[in-house]
Write a protein that binds this ligand. Structure first.
Ligand code: MN
Ligand code: MN
Length: 352
């Protein structure tokens, strides 16, 4: 009996040892990926990683981090953007002391790696004349055409940066702070801080490790700051802000009006209101309106100030929405132009 038990123990020891060794299998699979990357026709010149037009944080950070990953694997790769980055992305890059990639206006004749898209209309100009080496994405497959062999990795996860996080793991390249922070920022940007319906367990796992590496102590506050940057309209002049979500409405019971919607936050709400009021006379003249209105929504505290300008605008706005003070009518909640403002103001005009 005792000998049998010893034999059993010995057997299970060998079995354990064997299983422990066979755990190496995933690494061998990843070696295949590395060999496939090595088989690409890299050419002599620099290859560029680039996200979609109107670049967002995921498109930009994925390009920066994937270019770094490729460089760590020994390839001559740099990141580019197809246009100016938005204020949220600028905030993120600034936070992690990372330079904004150079703008690329024409990709023709170049070797390109696409991130965060595979749709031709979203791609940098000249993509038809470029050589696409790789596509790294988390969307459905788009209309990009490439005649030569290429490497594609797309996963059904919350962000392209999640895909790239797992590539760092697969290729055993160490994730160092600036890149970990950029991957994390893109992940929370695309998933509403890990709350969107597109968030997967792979995203949540990546989030935990990236958060630990990023040096961010209060992720909710950091995410709030990202959102604040997105609605700061920094670098835009007052007319540009006014026109960014402006619509004309003609002949509402004989009146031609213009209405804009602007989002604000508690720290810039009054400033935005003052700036919008200042440009309303010019907007009225330029667009041939009888009256113009601005719906300024504080998305943080969830209230709305309605601003008005033009002959009869004050009376119309007051009878629709209540008493004004300092050229504003304060309404609780976040007002919708389509569902709240237009029906009520139309009713007032009809009564006249
Ligand atoms: Mn995107
Ligand atoms: Mn994305």
């Amino acid at each position: 009996m005792k000998l049998k038990l010893k034999l059993k123990l010995l057997l299970s020891f060998f079995l354990f040892f064997f299983l422990a060794c066979s755990k190496e299998t995933p690494d061998r699979i990843n070696d295949y990926d590395l060999q496939a990357l090595a088989s690409l026709d890299w050419g002599e010149e620099t290859t560029f990683v680039i996200g979609h037009k109107n670049p967002d944080t995921d498109a930009t950070c994925s390009a920066i981090c994937y270019a770094y990953l490729m460089r760590q694997l020994g390839y001559n790769v740099e990141a580019r953007v197809p246009g100016e980055v938005n204020n949220e992305t600028a905030f993120v890059l600034d936070w992690f002391n990372t330079e904004t990639p150079e703008i690329m206006n024409d990709a023709s004749g170049k070797r390109i790696i696409l991130t965060d898209h595979s749709e031709a209309v979203q791609a940098v100009n000249g993509i038809e004349e470029a050589r696409i080496l790789q596509i790294i994405d988390h969307h459905g497959l788009g209309s990009i055409v490439e005649a030569n062999p290429l490497f594609i990795k797309t996963m059904p996860v919350g962000s392209t940066c999640t895909v790239i996080y797992y590539s760092f793991k697969d290729y055993q390249v160490e994730l160092i702070p600036p890149y970990a922070g950029l991957l994390l920022s893109a992940l929370i940007s695309d998933t509403n801080n890990i709350t969107s319906s597109t968030t997967t367990d792979l995203d949540r796992t990546a989030y935990q490790e990236l958060l630990a590496l990023s040096g961010i102590s209060d992720i909710d506050l950091y995410y709030q700051n990202m959102q604040a940057a997105a609605s700061s309209y920094f670098g835009m002049n007052d007319v540009e802000i006014f026109l960014s979500d402006y619509k004309d409405y003609s002949d509402i019971s004989g009146y031609n009006i213009g209405v804009t919607c602007v989002n604000s936050r508690t720290d810039n709400h009054n400033d935005i209101c003052t700036r919008m009021l200042a440009v309303m006379p010019q907007i009225l003249t330029d667009n041939g309106r009888d009256m113009v209105f601005a719906i300024v929504i504080n998305v943080q505290d969830e209230y709305t100030d309605i601003l008005y300008y033009g002959e009869g605008a004050k009376a119309a706005a007051e009878s629709a929405f209540g008493q004004s003070s300092n050229n504003r009518i304060r309404v609780q909640g976040m007002m919708s132009r389509k569902k709240d403002f237009i029906p009520k103001i139309t009713e007032v005009f009809q009564q006249k």
